[in-house]
Design a protein around this ligand. Structure first.
Ligand code: SF4
Length: 207
């Protein structure tokens, strides 16, 4: 699960279909740490409300830290995002297999900005690799995304304005600063000094 707003609809639909859901949090892509904590706390408050258990990844995120920087200039939806999906879905599959949880799914397909076919394809690959069954869903369909916005508002959930990584934050910051706004509330110098100046990235960041 990537954040509380994105988890709202899956946490209604999957139990409604008879699945006994366990949440998994990876979070290595979320930057800075303060934001990761904020999203994690938002998710835990929702899980508490829905009585859903949580597994939090304990790995150190080295793979992400090593493999993502060369892809800093990739546009959203490009190779960095594919890497991001691969790392988190593989880690989720590993965690599920370790706990003998037979099914795997993701909240990522609630976003209207993400390539849901790529996400489902990677998810199926990771599930097969770890002996699991992939639950193919596109949660944004049939009004799913709007439903997630509505539930998030009703529950007062924190809803971020950029996808998650420092690269998406920088991209968002650049477009918002051009209009005199600061989406993160973070001062500019909180951006990682090693991040290269990115090219302009199209589209809105994903939730
Ligand atoms: S933009 Fe979002 S999906 Fe893409 S790499 Fe960053 S956090 Fe991951």
């Amino acid at each position: 699960m990537c954040c509380a707003p994105d988890a709202t609809v899956p946490l209604e639909d999957l139990p409604g279909e008879g699945y006994d859901v366990t949440a998994y949090w990876w979070g290595k892509n979320i930057w800075p740490g303060e934001e990761e904590r904020r999203r994690f706390e938002g998710l835990t408050s929702l899980l508490l409300l829905r009585s859903v258990p949580l597994v939090r990844e304990t790995g150190d995120g080295t793979e992400w830290e090593e493999l993502a920087p060369p892809l800093a200039d990739e546009p959203e939806g490009g190779k960095r995002c594919e890497l991001c999906f691969r790392l988190q879905l593989e880690a989720a599959a590993r965690a599920a297999a370790l706990r003998e949880i037979p099914f795997l799914c993701t909240t990522l397909t609630i976003s209207p900005h993400k390539d849901v076919h790529l996400i489902n394809s990677i998810g199926a690959e990771m599930a097969e690799r770890h002996g699991l069954t992939w639950v193919h869903r596109i949660f944004r369909r049939q009004g799913g995304f709007l439903r997630s916005v509505k539930i998030s508002r009703e529950l007062g959930l924190y809803r971020q304005s950029w996808c998650g990584c420092e690269y998406s934050l920088r991209s968002r910051g650049r477009s918002k600063r051009a209009s005199g706004d600061n989406p993160s509330g973070l001062p500019e110098n909180t951006l990682h000094p090693g991040v290269k100046e990115p090219g302009e990235m199209p589209g809105e960041p994903q939730g």
